[in-house]
Design a protein around this ligand. Structure first.
Ligand code: PAF
Length: 285
């Protein structure tokens, strides 16, 4: 597995692959890898001749300084896991390489941002779409793989690629779950033993909401019930628990048609102490 740290090294490596006609898949990460990331690598390996992973803790997508300061870093272990997973190369750019002195451009999608994490984490989504666009331009892969746990991020990246005519296929990979069906996240490492026992409530509640909505129960009442259960289980705060269209994130409420409900997802973000967990679940699948 090759490790490249500068754009110059990256360019050289990519040129040799392109010359050999290899199809390339990219898996972008901020490190602290878990089985969900390795699932993205597995999907990329099936579709492509070469797979490159990136590890870059993107300062522009952290709306909270403490979250950035406490973001888990374990690069040696990450590299070991990527090598074992069969990744061909890892790109490890430095912040100065990505955002040189005087950097002043933002890629911002003017849709699907005023809700969910876009609303509760100001600047976060612009930070994500900016870094992902830069990495797509630097790497120019055939395919890029993103986990559907960050579903809003996935939709926004798809929109950037469509609107800017970037020649890459964006592939969404279903959420990997731990025992208890807690969605895998690098932030799960921060949970203590007691919080770990509470965390799976998020999945259980979404699952029950899905069943009740499919049985025709009132969407508003079911979501109200869900909030109560999450807080009673021991979560400290809920940022959102909502039903939204999985195509464009339009809010699905009481008056929505059956068709709109069937094309929706439950989205949740809630805090356990200083750790914010997110998850989502499709109503129909
Ligand atoms: O999902 C993530 O880990 C990040 O948002 C990403 C896509 C690597 C951009 O920094």
């Amino acid at each position: 597995m090759q490790i490249v740290k500068t754009r110059k090294e990256l360019k050289k490596l990519l040129a040799s692959w392109k010359a050999a006609g290899e199809e390339l898949g990219v898996v972008m990460t901020m490190g602290a890898l878990h089985a969900g990331h390795l699932g993205l690598v597995e999907a990329a390996s099936k579709d492509n001749d070469k797979v490159i992973a990136t590890i870059f803790i993107n300062p522009k997508q952290f709306d909270n300084k403490n979250d950035l300061a406490s973001y888990p870093i374990d690069t040696d272990e990450d590299l070991r896991k990527l090598k074992q997973a069969g990744v061909d190369a890892v790109y490890l750019p430095q912040a100065g390489e990505m955002y040189p002195e005087g950097y002043s451009t933002t890629v911002s999608v003017a849709a699907m941002q005023d809700c969910l994490c876009g609303a509760t984490r100001p600047g976060h989504m612009d930070g994500v779409t900016t870094v992902v666009t830069k990495l797509l331009i630097q790497i120019s892969p055939d395919r890029a793989y993103f986990g559907q746990k960050d579903f809003q991020q996935y939709l926004l990246i798809q929109r950037v690629v469509r609107d800017l005519d970037l020649p890459v296929d964006i592939i969404g990979v279903p959420t990997y779950r731990e025992e208890g069906r807690l969605a895998m996240s690098s932030r799960n490492r921060r949970l203590n033993e007691a919080q770990r026992k509470i965390a799976p409530t998020l999945f259980q509640v979404q699952n029950t909401i899905r069943d009740l909505v499919l049985q025709g129960e009132s969407v508003d009442h079911v979501l109200e019930w869900g909030e109560k259960v999450i807080l009673e289980a021991g979560f400290d705060k809920i940022d959102y628990l909502e039903l939204r269209s999985e195509e464009n994130l339009t809010l699905i409420s009481e008056t929505a048609t059956r068709e709109a409900v069937m094309g929706s997802r439950i989205f949740v973000a809630a805090w356990l102490g200083t750790t914010r967990l997110i998850d989502n679940l499709s109503i129909s699948r």
